[in-house]
Design a binder for this molecule. Structure first.
Ligand code: FE2
Ligand code: FE2
Length: 177
């Protein structure tokens, strides 16, 4: 199946899923109180996505002794919290994915505007910049772990020399879900 359509199907598949007590405990284990508020402010399908990414990242790094597992789980749970800066439902997600597939995302970039009076443009801006927005939200609640902030901010950026070692794992797993 082509990738944008696959992504849309994924969103729809997880639309109604509720977290189990075990999953909620998993979130509580790794996030402090303020971070939990940011996590649970996300849409249900974004919460489920964060937990799935975290579990898969932990699985993938199980034998990798140079990866801090607590940090790995934390960045995976928190990486998409920036999406909760606006109320963005499934239809906007679908549109965002489709626009991103047109003209190498140029149309999307031209439409996404931070302070537009048009809700669609503001929502596209949030989706397109959710990494940086998420890092800012974490700083606002007192997160001082620079590695966590960097990974959340850059999880959709092109890999660069000297970046956090957590980023390749997060990007790889995130791209499969
Ligand atoms: Fe993301
Ligand atoms: Fe993600």
């Amino acid at each position: 199946m082509n990738r944008p359509l696959y992504r849309i199907r994924q969103y729809l598949a997880t639309r109604k899923s509720k977290l189990s007590y075990l999953e909620i405990d998993f979130v509580r284990k790794y996030l402090n109180h303020q971070e939990q508020i940011l996590f649970f402010r996300m849409k249900g399908f974004d919460q489920r996505h964060g937990i799935t990414v975290a579990n898969k990242c932990l699985e993938k790094t199980l034998e990798v002794n140079w990866i801090n597992k607590t940090q790995m789980a934390r960045v995976a749970l928190l990486h998409d919290i920036g999406k909760s800066s606006a109320d963005i439902g499934v239809n906007y997600r679908v549109l965002y994915v489709l626009l991103g597939a047109i003209a190498k995302g140029k149309l999307l970039k031209s439409l996404a505007k931070k302070n537009s009076r048009i809700a669609l443009k503001r929502k596209l801006f949030v989706l397109d910049n959710h990494g940086l927005l998420g890092a800012k939200m974490l700083m606002d609640v007192g997160c001082t772990d620079n590695e966590v902030l960097q990974v959340v901010a850059k999880h959709h950026d092109t890999p660069e020399v000297g970046e956090s070692k957590l980023l390749p794992f997060l990007r790889e797993i995130d791209a499969t879900l």
